[in-house]
Write a protein that binds this ligand. Structure first.
Ligand code: ADP
Ligand code: 5GP
Length: 197
């Protein structure tokens, strides 16, 4: 019998518009859940507080930092984003795989504290396709899109810090690859104990 007590911490990053959110939704099931981040950015149309994000003002965000409630936090394009720690820790202890869909600075802070995590970087098929997707999403105005596109080179410079690269050409291909990564990582001998009873 193989026992796999603690869940996997899956950290997924990649440039804005690459398809992280779309892919992550497809990965969810009874054993794999998504951490809901806190942010100071404004909600987009259709985003629900407590589901997409916890939308807080800067004061509340600062209080969370001071009270050590965040596993990591970072500033991205003028807004703060952070991962509430208690939720992630309790779910990992319950054996759930927890996905953090976060940007590179935060991911690097998590990697220092949780080297056993699985770090996945999502790449677009091309820069042109990335821009088409971010424009096609229709949730940001031109200046915000420009700011986000300006981050791409910096974000790519962190890619080699990740354990896996996944190209999001077609959503189903990317999802299939990540599910294969999850399966293989769960089976690693240093994450399991084997017993015959
Ligand atoms: P991110 O979370 O990385 O910012 P989203 O998941 O919001 O990106 O995706 C950005 C846009 O690209 C959305 O409109 C989404 O429907 C679209 N998209 C995502 N993956 C693909 C894909 N493989 N092919 C074409 N369009 C995609
Ligand atoms: P968006 O505004 O498009 O939802 O997110 C902008 C960026 O912030 C994305 O790269 C997203 O992955 C990242 N992000 C979302 N939540 C967090 C978080 O809790 N911490 C960090 N560091 N980045 C986050």
């Amino acid at each position: 019998m193989i026992e796999n007590k603690r869940g996997l911490l899956l950290v997924i990053s990649g440039p804005s518009g690459v398809g992280k959110g779309t892919i992550c939704k497809e990965l969810l099931n009874d054993s794999t859940i998504l951490s809901v981040s806190a942010t100071t950015r404004n909600p987009r149309d259709g985003e629900e507080n407590g589901v997409s994000y916890f939308f807080y003002d800067k004061e509340k965000f600062k209080t969370m930092i001071e009270n050590d409630e965040l596993m990591e936090w970072a500033e991205y394009c003028g807004n703060f984003y952070g991962t509430p720690k208690a939720f992630v820790e309790s779910k990992l202890d319950e054996g759930k795989n927890v996905i953090l869909e976060i940007e590179v600075q935060g991911a690097m802070k998590v990697k220092e504290k949780y080297p056993e995590g699985v770090y996945i970087f999502i790449l677009p098929p091309s820069l042109e396709e990335l821009k088409n997707r971010i424009i096609g999403r229709g949730t940001e105005d031109e200046s915000v899109i420009e700011t986000r596109m300006n981050q791409v080179t910096r974000e790519l410079s962190f890619a080699s810090e990740y354990n896996y690269f996944v190209e999001n050409d077609k959503i189903e291909n990317a999802v299939k690859k990540i599910n294969a990564i999850i399966e293989a990582e769960k089976a690693k001998s240093d994450r399991c104990s084997a017993q015959l009873i």
